[in-house]
Design a protein around this ligand. Structure first.
Ligand code: ADP
Ligand code: MG
Length: 230
């Protein structure tokens, strides 16, 4: 037991250190990107150079995205405020958020059979992050315009939220690899999205369950303990 404790303490320190490094790297990247964007506006630049500037900016955007996802993972738990929230309104606000910010192609997300008057204890920002990651994956796996469904159902003392897509699906092996850091089959993927989801669900004493069939689609089910509304 002692050894385990030591190891987890060490992991925690390493995590904090990594987060500090990530943070320090992000700032200079932002400066470099700013200058590249500025130079890119120059009128006398030839087409080839313009393309190179775009490539450099794209690469920096990817690096920034990886860093911000990583920082999200490394955030210490004690800064996080939990709130009692109603599932239906929470899911509605996630859907609205995703549509209004153009995070996803709009008009293909449907809220279905959502339980009313059901409360869970979560941090709203983290919960949204979790849902956005799942919805983004569903969308990236689906052909254009293919609908994605969100449903919820009460199961004893838990509420289950299900995200279903009819996209490319995954093999058994691919499903097993989910949540492994940097596991991604996408050219621009970070492979951190599902790891973030697993972490958030675990933190709230929830469960996550993935059913998928290659070529048919995927259903991700997350469960959270229901809390009583006073
Ligand atoms: P990323 O999206 O950056 O690749 P994730 O951790 O979110 O990283 O997902 C890891 C991998 O799992 C994806 O690259 C993809 O291959 C697979 N995956 C995740 N969700 C789905 C889904 N709904 N349908 C098909 N494949 C998926
Ligand atoms: Mg993803």
């Amino acid at each position: 037991y002692y050894k385990q404790l030591q190891q987890s303490e060490r992991l925690k320190t390493t995590g904090q250190l990594a987060a500090a490094v990530a943070h320090e790297i992000r700032n200079p990247l932002t400066v470099v990107k700013g200058f590249l964007q500025l130079y890119q506006q120059e009128e006398k630049m030839d087409e080839g150079s313009k393309r190179n500037y775009s490539l450099m900016i794209d690469e920096l955007n990817t690096a920034e995205h990886v860093l911000s996802q990583f920082l999200m993972l490394a955030k210490p738990d004690n800064d996080i405020k939990l709130e009692k929230v109603e599932v239906e309104s929470l899911l509605q606000s996630v859907t609205d958020l995703v549509k209004s910010y153009g995070i996803l192609r709009d008009n293909n997300i449907f809220l279905h059979h959502v339980e009313k008057d059901c409360y869970i204890l979560v941090n709203i920002i983290e919960f949204k992050q979790l849902m956005i990651n799942l919805l983004k994956n569903a969308m990236e796996a689906s052909p254009y315009g293919e609908p994605i469904f969100i449903e919820s159902e009460i199961q004893k003392d838990m509420v289950e939220i299900k995200v279903t897509d009819h996209g490319c699906g995954m093999s058994e092996e691919e499903v097993q690899s989910l949540g492994t850091p940097f596991y991604s089959l996408k050219s621009k993927g970070t492979g951190l999205g599902m790891m973030i989801c697993f972490n958030i669900v675990e933190k709230y004493n929830g469960k996550i369950n993935i059913e998928s069939k290659k070529g048919e689609g995927t259903a991700v089910k997350i469960q959270f303990p229901i809390v009583k509304n006073p």
